[in-house]
Design a protein around this ligand. Structure first.
Ligand SMILES: [Zn+2]
Length: 312
C-alpha cells in the first residue's frame, strides 16, 4: 500500500474512533426511531445501526469490506469454551458463518497451542453489516474480526466487565517496538494461528508488533506476508478473510498481499518515521465528512436492510 491511501485511511480511522479499548455501557438505550427513514440523505449507519437482528435471507456478502453489507449473518455465541465476546452493547458480534467458525477454531488453538484460557473477541460486524456509528471504515460485510491481544481470563466476565475492561497496550512508549513487559511468545502463536488459516487474506497489527513477529518467527515464515502493519491495532489484531467460496460477483474482494515477508528494514521504515509515529495535529480540525448514504452502498444492500428479521 502506498502512503497516500494509508494517510486517508488513518484520517478515516481517527475521525470516528471507537477503538478496542473504548468503553461501552451495560444499559445502552435503543436508538430512537428515525423521523424520516426514507430521506435519501440519511446516513446508512443510522439505518444499519438500528437493525438488531440479521436479515432473514440466504447468507451472502454484498460489496467491499469498507462499503457493503451482509445478509444471513450468524452471531458468534457470546460465551464459548475458549472465547468471550467483549463490548456486547455495540452488537457487533455478527459475521459470515465462515468467519464465526474461524474465530471458534482460533479460540481453540489459542487454548491448545498458546496456553491461553481463550480469546477475547472485539468487533466483527453489525447484524446486517453496513457502516457503523463509531470506529472502523471496514467491518461492513461480515469478513473482518478484531481479536484482543489480551488473553481471556480464566473465568466468565460480567456484562459490566465486558464493557469496562481495557485491553493491554502492546506497543512500547517510544512506539519503536513491542513492550517487553507484556509481549510474549504466545502472542506470536495466536497471530500465527490466525494467519495460517487458508481463508485469511490479511491480518493488521501495529508496525511494532509486525517488527517483533519478523524478529521472532521461527520455522515456516510464509504466514508473515499476510500480516500487514496498520495504524491503530496496538491492543488488538484484525483478521480479514477472503470472499467465501460461492460468493459470486456481489462480494468484492481485494488482491492477495504480495508474497514477501515484509520484514526488511525498508518495508517497515515508513511506519517508524517520526512524522508517522508522532503525527502533527492538523492546523484546523478536519471538516466532518458527510455520512455514507444508501446510494453509496451497492443497490442490493437495500433489500438486505429491508428484509424481515432472522429468528434470534
Ligand atoms: Zn478491525
Amino acid at each position: 500500500m502506498t502512503p497516500r491511501p494509508i494517510l486517508i485511511l488513518m484520517l478515516v480511522l481517527l475521525s470516528g474512533a471507537a477503538l478496542a479499548q473504548d468503553k461501552g455501557t451495560v444499559d445502552a438505550k435503543p436508538l430512537p426511531p428515525l423521523a424520516n427513514p426514507n430521506d435519501p440523505r440519511i446516513g446508512a449507519k443510522e439505518l444499519f445501526g438500528r437493525k438488531v437482528l440479521p436479515a432473514a435471507m440466504p447468507t451472502h456478502v454484498v460489496g467491499f469490506y469498507a462499503h457493503g453489507c451482509i445478509a444471513g449473518a450468524e452471531a458468534l455465541p457470546i460465551n464459548g469454551e475458549t472465547w468471550q465476546v467483549m463490548r456486547l452493547s455495540r452488537n457487533r458480534y455478527f459475521a459470515h458463518p465462515d468467519m464465526v467458525a474461524l474465530v471458534e477454531r482460533l479460540a481453540a488453538k489459542a487454548h491448545k497451542d498458546a496456553g491461553w484460557p481463550g480469546i477475547l473477541v472485539g468487533d466483527m460486524s453489525q447484524p446486517r453489516g453496513g457502516p457503523m456509528f463509531t470506529g472502523h471504515a471496514s467491518h461492513q460485510v461480515g469478513l473482518d474480526a478484531d481479536i484482543w491481544l489480551t488473553p481471556m481470563p480464566n473465568r466468565q466476565l460480567s456484562r459490566n466487565e465486558r464493557e469496562e475492561m481495557s485491553a493491554v497496550m502492546m506497543v512500547r512508549g517510544d512506539r519503536l517496538d513491542v513492550d517487553p513487559n507484556v509481549w510474549t511468545p504466545t502472542h506470536l502463536n495466536v497471530i500465527r494461528a490466525a494467519a495460517q488459516e487458508p481463508t485469511v487474506q490479511r491480518i493488521f497489527v501495529n508496525a511494532a508488533i509486525k517488527k517483533a513477529l519478523c524478529r521472532e518467527a521461527k520455522g515456516d515464515r510464509g504466514w508473515l506476508s499476510k500480516v500487514r502493519p496498520m495504524y491503530g491495532h496496538d491492543y488488538h489484531f484484525h483478521i480479514r478473510i477472503k470472499c467465501p467460496p460461492g460468493s459470486g460477483k456481489e462480494c468484492e474482494g481485494q488482491p492477495d498481499p504480495d508474497a514477501s515477508e515484509g520484514c526488511k528494514p525498508a518495508d517497515l521504515a515508513y511506519w517508524f518515521k517520526d512524522s508517522i509515529i508522532h503525527p502533527k495535529p492538523p492546523k484546523e480540525p478536519p471538516k466532518p465528512k458527510p455520512p455514507m448514504t444508501m446510494a453509496a452502498l451497492p443497490a442490493a444492500c437495500k433489500a438486505v436492510l429491508n428484509a424481515p428479521d432472522a429468528k434470534p
